[in-house]
Design a protein around this ligand. Sequence first.
Ligand code: SF4
Ligand code: FES
Length: 133
Amino acid sequence: MEKEYTNGEITVLWKPEQCIHSGICLRGLPKVFNLKQRPWVNMEAADSEAIVNLVRECPSKALSIKGVKFKEKSNSEVEVTLIPGGPLIVKGGATVFDKKTKEVFEETVSFCRCKRSAKYPYCDGTHAQPKEN
Ligand code: SF4
Ligand code: FES
């Protein structure tokens, strides 16, 4: 279920079921996004601009800003990031060809590296859960 956090100026929306646990928010603004605090998003710990810039980096779009649709970056370079113990994130757009299908991602796509994702080859956050024996 979608959660809302506001500072009166902007409202951050979070869809937990969409989060792939990349940790980008936790590392990027640790005072705002902190799993040890309740609620885990503290909207008073940074200014709105910093929060918006961070939310924009969320690779799964689990985080968004209410009423804001981000424009694509005009950067034509593709950026690939390996998240330790997690997915491979491709930013800048990608076309994924399967034997029969073709999927187009205009901005960001996260590929599963642990092979446990129910949405394989895409990451669904399962890597962050303990392995069953
Ligand atoms: S997917 Fe988004 S909300 Fe989830 S940990 Fe990564 S940056 Fe944070
Ligand atoms: S890397 Fe995220 S589910 Fe596999």
